[in-house]
Write a protein that binds this ligand. Sequence first.
Ligand code: PHE
Length: 369
Amino acid sequence: MSGPNTDYDPVEVSSLQQGEIDAARDAAIAAIEAAADLEQLKAVRSAHAGDRSPLALANREIGALPPQARKEAGQRVGQARGAVSKALAERQVVLEAEHEERMLVEETVDVTLPTDRRPEGARHPLTTGAELIADIFVAMGWEVAEGPVIEAEWLNFDALNLGPDHPARTMQDTFWTEPADRHLVLRTHTSPVQARTMLTRRPPIYVVCPGRVFRTDEYDATHSPMFHQVEGLAIDEGISMAHLKGTLDHFATQMFGEGITTRFRPSYFPFTEPSAEVDLVCFVCRGSQVDEDGDTCRTCRGEGWIEWGGCGIVNPRVLRACGVDSERYSGFAFGMGIDRTLMFRHGLEDLRTLFEGDVRFTTAFGSDL
Ligand code: PHE
């Protein structure tokens, strides 16, 4: 509208009629009362008290009225707007209080609830198993030695009396690395740590070497291209096969319980002479070869014994290759699979459960082993 409307007739300007104003006010108040939360009240505020609300538009009409009509129209609209903003303010207080109360209930923290609902991890049985083995030896005054998994061919083979053309090299299904002229392999056993230890320390030497080893094996319930071994090496004056037997019997008893001892079967390893396979008394039938029902023991298949590892008196050629005086010193060495040992100890049927990282498996062991 432009210019004063001198011929103003209030009845003609519908937005300023009392009835219209009352209706706009009542609609606003009804909407305010109906707003159930602060979000809804915000929408009601902009619809009924915002710039484009009916009452705001009516207010704008006032300026176009003749001066004599402005006062009365202004009062009418002003009262209505005042009533609306009062209702808005009151509703705001009520809804804010309600909101606060709801938040207090919804965000209540029950401090009496148990706090251990976050699942707790557990150390892997291979870690705790290797530690347990190390502890058994440390208790006898031995030390723990480690070496790299990518190993010099010379230390993995040659130093251990396994020259390039030695037929026993093919027994160790080796992963070779490239370039071939660097002569590095993924170590096939923990025995190179023997060589490393002898090359860097003076006898007497008593070390256990737990670690990861690699062979080009299938991956199935009893084989894996990656597994774990523990090697033992003792070098001193007058070391004999009797010391070896006594040490392994002690190890077996500590690991599997009283009465679980070992027996030796003649064997061959280039790095030991004489060499033997070590067997354990079957920890299920305890050598009786039968189970509780008198049936053939399934764990040892009626043998009464279970294969555990290899051992022997360190070949003097290995001592000499590693700088040890073979006239003065002798030594024994042994090596067995840690995974296999843990499978026996815990009755695991499938080697793969040790490698697949399923926390349900690991947690079952807890931290105790
Ligand atoms: N290194 C041998 C193997 O992995 C085991 C062994 C260790 C045998 C020490 C004798 C002495 O087959």
